[in-house]
Design a protein. Structure first.
Length: 178
């Protein structure tokens, strides 16, 4: 399948919604690299079955005891500080990871530990946070075919081909301008 997709598209960018184990699409970047067209690969995923099977292990993936997820999340603030001259105090925010079942997604948030005022000169903003107020920094979502079709259509794209594993737990889509 990967060589055929590479031949049909000559794609420079691969965006994989529903990354999973990467077994289904990992050959595609290699096939595109072989053709000399691949420039970037973006994989996104959170799997409902993985959450059910892993339970606490998935909460740990987004909120590990070593603080890796929190450091990753707070890095958003560090980048705003570096690039836009913001004055976020990284220690004044706590990392929060929450499963949102009705949306089938995990949300990463930063919760202000204290009332504070943050300046972001590069964006011309001053933002006030109340103690306990949260800002969402990341969403990891579960994707289903009908939702993918709607979102692609809204972006002016259409699914040209759709391949799934025998149990229809994972899919690869080839999307093109509509």
């Amino acid at each position: 399948m990967a060589p055929r997709i590479a031949e049909l598209t000559g794609a420079r960018t691969v965006v994989e919604l529903g990354l999973g184990s990467m077994d289904k699409t990992w050959p595609l970047p290699g096939a595109l690299r072989s053709r000399g067209t691949l420039r970037s690969y973006v994989g996104v995923d959170v799997s409902e079955s993985a959450i059910a099977a892993a339970g606490d292990a998935l909460v740990a993936a987004y909120n590990d005891s070593a603080g890796v997820a929190a450091a990753f999340d707070k890095n958003v603030l560090a980048i705003l500080n570096a690039r836009l001259g913001a004055d976020f105090d990284l220690e004044a925010f706590d990392h929060v990871a929450a499963w949102v079942p009705e949306a089938e997604r995990v949300e990463m948030r930063l919760r202000s530990a204290v009332g504070q005022r943050v300046r972001v000169p590069g964006a011309g903003l001053t933002v006030c946070f109340a103690a306990g107020e949260e800002m969402r920094t990341e969403i990891a979502a579960k994707f289903r075919r009908d939702g993918v079709d709607r979102e692609l259509a809204a972006a002016g794209l259409a699914v040209r081909a759709w391949w799934t594993d025998p149990a229809s737990r994972f899919a690869v889509s080839l999307s093109v301008p509509a």
